[in-house]
Write a protein that binds this ligand. Structure first.
Ligand code: ZN
Length: 367
């Protein structure tokens, strides 16, 4: 042992002694504080933000506007909307149902695995990373013959019932199983397995023909679908749109009713209060009608930015649908999941080409 070792040993011994002294002092201090009755302070329970089990939705403590649906948006809105939402019975109902898990779809051909974790927030990925899954998400709007005077946009957004029936028949004949966004989320984080050939059907805007034409065909062919509705259009029973009794019936049949905002605005123009009004307001309204909090959002016009995404996170949405053309869906990109647009002039062969994705549902690590 040279002098350097001795020096280090001496230093080490000094450190140990000092540590012992400090330990004794700390113990004494603990006893003194404990006698005072104010010791052993537990960390204060931090109330969760948003829609937590136990009805925390009503408080939403960290949000500056605890009851955002009570506030009118910056743009003029019919007063009746606020009246509908301020109904205490509705709010209570929405709050009580916030933590309820979505019901099990009872459609033949639907995914049989019941999501084991359906309460908010979205469970974190199992393991080191989440999977990115390749799943075709189809985007529909109208299921009807467009009127004679329809413009090009209306025509493009319309798939005829005959074509839709052929597409469903093709899906069934080729072994596809209808899933929803809850299935997709839980599969991405590793909590459930998807069927071998999953397909996710979505309908935007809540048009009446979704109920009169698409719903019966979906039932006939055994596919569940997701309907993104604009809740003020439903509240005001706007002509040409589905009503709450229709949507409730579809929800009971196993389809999903999710949010497409309250008024279908360009969300990039909205300030924080406006975003809360559109996103939380529609979420609570749907929850009041279908019995659980919807966790998915569809951007009106496909337009969004970082601010809209951040608000969806705060409101504990689990994911969002864009109009981008994409079939890979990962956890980190869950507010920018793309879809495949099915058009009026999409032939069955084109439909088959789009769907016949080699390696559908095969997971891969995120980039
Ligand atoms: Zn839309």
């Amino acid at each position: 042992m040279d002098s350097r070792d001795t020096f280090l040993s001496g230093r080490a011994a000094g450190v140990v002694s000092l540590f012992l002294v400090l330990t004794v002092l700390a113990a004494l201090a603990a006893v003194v504080v404990g006698c005072g009755g104010s010791g052993a302070v537990e960390p204060a329970a931090i109330p969760p933000v948003g829609n937590q089990p136990g009805g925390a939705m009503a408080t939403a403590p960290s949000l500056p506007t605890p009851a955002p649906t009570l506030l009118p948006p910056s743009s003029p809105t019919p007063a009746a909307t606020a009246a509908a939402i301020t109904d205490p019975a509705l709010i209570t109902q929405a709050t009580q149902t916030a933590a309820a898990a979505p019901p099990t779809p009872e459609i033949a051909g639907a995914a049989t695995a019941e999501p084991p974790l359906a309460a908010a927030p979205l469970p974190t990925p199992v393991g080191v990373y989440s999977w990115t899954l390749k799943v075709p998400i189809l985007m529909y709007h109208y299921i009807s013959q467009p009127p004679a005077d329809a413009d090009v946009y209306r025509v493009d957004l319309s798939v005829t019932p005959d074509n839709f029936r052929q597409q469903l028949a093709w899906l069934r004949d080729n072994g596809y199983t209808g899933i929803d966004y809850y299935d997709l989320s839980l599969a991405i984080v590793g909590h459930i397995e998807l069927p071998e050939k999953p397909v996710l059907l979505t309908f935007d805007d809540g048009y009446l023909d979704n109920y009169t034409a698409a719903f019966p065909l979906l039932q006939e062919y055994g596919y569940k679908a997701t309907f993104f509705v604009v809740t003020d259009f439903v509240d005001f029973e706007r002509e040409g749109y589905m009503t709450w009794p229709m949507l409730e019936e579809m929800s009971r049949a196993g389809h999903r009713i999710e949010s497409h905002s309250r008024t279908h605005p360009d969300l990039r123009d909205k300030d924080r209060d406006g975003l809360i009004w559109e996103m939380l307001g529609s979420q609570q309204t749907i929850a009041a009608h279908i019995g659980y909090t919807p966790r998915y959002f569809c951007y009106p016009g496909g337009d969004y930015n970082e601010v809209t995404i951040q608000m969806l996170r705060e409101l504990e949405y689990w994911g969002a649908a864009t109009t981008a053309n994409d079939t890979w869906h990962g956890f980190n990109e869950r507010f920018e999941w793309g879809r495949l647009r099915i058009r009026n002039d999409t032939t069955l062969q084109e439909f088959a080409n789009v769907l016949d994705l080699e390696g559908t549902a095969r997971g891969k690590p995120p980039q």
